[in-house]
Ligand binder design. Structure first.
Ligand SMILES: *[C@@H]1O[C@H](CO)[C@@H](O)[C@H](O)[C@H]1NC(C)=O
Ligand SMILES: *[C@@H]1O[C@H](CO)[C@@H](O)[C@H](O)[C@H]1NC(C)=O
Length: 182
C-alpha cells in the first residue's frame, strides 16, 4: 500500500528535522501571510503539489479511528523549531512551533484543512487557506475547533496539550529558495 510507505517517510523526516531550530522571525504571526507580499519571496510552488500534500496529510491523519495528531511540545520543539511535515514535488510543508512555551498537538486533518480549506472547500474557503497564496506559498496558524472532542479527551487534557501554537508553512522544496523565507 502506497500510504504505509509514505507514512514512514513522514515520521522519519519529522524526527530527522526535529533538532533543526530556525531563527524565530518576530514578523511571523498566525494570520495568513503570502510570500507574494512586500518583503516576501514567492516560492514558485505548484497548486497541484499543494493540493497533493494536503490530501496526503488528511489521508495520513485518517488512518486511526480517533485521528492522528501532530505534536510539538515545549521540551521537544523549543526555540521556534521548524519540523518537516511532508515534501512533494515543488512543495515542502513545515510545522513551526510559534509558541514554544506550550505543548501543541493538532489533528493532521486540521493541518490539511489549513492548507486547502477543507474537503470540497468553496472558493472563499480556499482563498482563506494557504492554497489561497497559490504559487507564492505562505504561512498560516493551524485553524482548529477547540470544541472538537479530540481536543477534550482525558488523555489530551492530562498531557496539558493545546491545539494552538503551530504555524503551517508552504515553502519551496529548493533549499536556496526556501532559505529566503525561513
Ligand atoms: C508540557 O508538558 C510537560 C510534560 O508533560 C509538562 O511538564 C509541562 O507542564 C507542560 N507545559 C504546559 C505549558 O502545559
Ligand atoms: C466545533 O465543534 C463542536 C463540537 O463538535 C461543534 O458543535 C461546533 O459546531 C463546531 N464549531 C464550528 C464553528 O464548526
Amino acid at each position: 500500500m502506497m500510504y504505509s510507505r509514505l507514512i514512514k517517510i513522514v515520521i522519519a523526516t519529522a524526527f530527522l528535522a526535529g533538532g533543526v531550530a530556525a531563527q524565530c522571525d518576530d514578523g511571523e504571526g498566525t494570520d495568513l501571510l503570502c510570500y507574494s507580499e512586500p518583503g516576501g519571496v514567492p516560492q514558485d510552488v505548484t497548486v497541484a503539489d499543494i493540493q497533493y500534500v494536503a490530501s496526503y496529510l488528511r489521508a495520513y491523519g485518517a488512518q486511526t479511528k480517533a485521528g492522528r495528531q501532530f505534536t510539538m511540545t515545549a521540551a521537544d520543539a523549543p526555540g521556534c523549531s521548524e519540523w518537516t511535515l511532508y515534501a512533494h514535488g515543488t512543495v515542502l510543508v513545515l510545522g513551526k512551533h510559534l509558541d514554544s512555551t506550550v505543548n501543541s498537538s493538532v489533528l493532521f486533518s486540521d493541518i490539511a484543512n489549513t492548507i486547502d480549506g477543507g474537503v470540497g472547500a468553496t472558493p472563499a474557503q480556499q482563498a482563506a487557506a494557504l492554497i489561497g497564496c497559490s504559487t507564492a506559498g505562505g504561512s498560516l496558524g493551524v485553524v482548529y475547533n477547540a470544541s472538537n472532542a479530540q481536543y477534550n479527551t482525558a488523555d489530551y487534557l492530562a498531557k496539558s496539550y493545546t491545539p494552538s501554537g503551530i504555524l503551517v508553512k508552504i515553502v519551496s522544496s529548493s533549499p536556496q529558495l526556501a532559505a529566503s523565507v525561513l
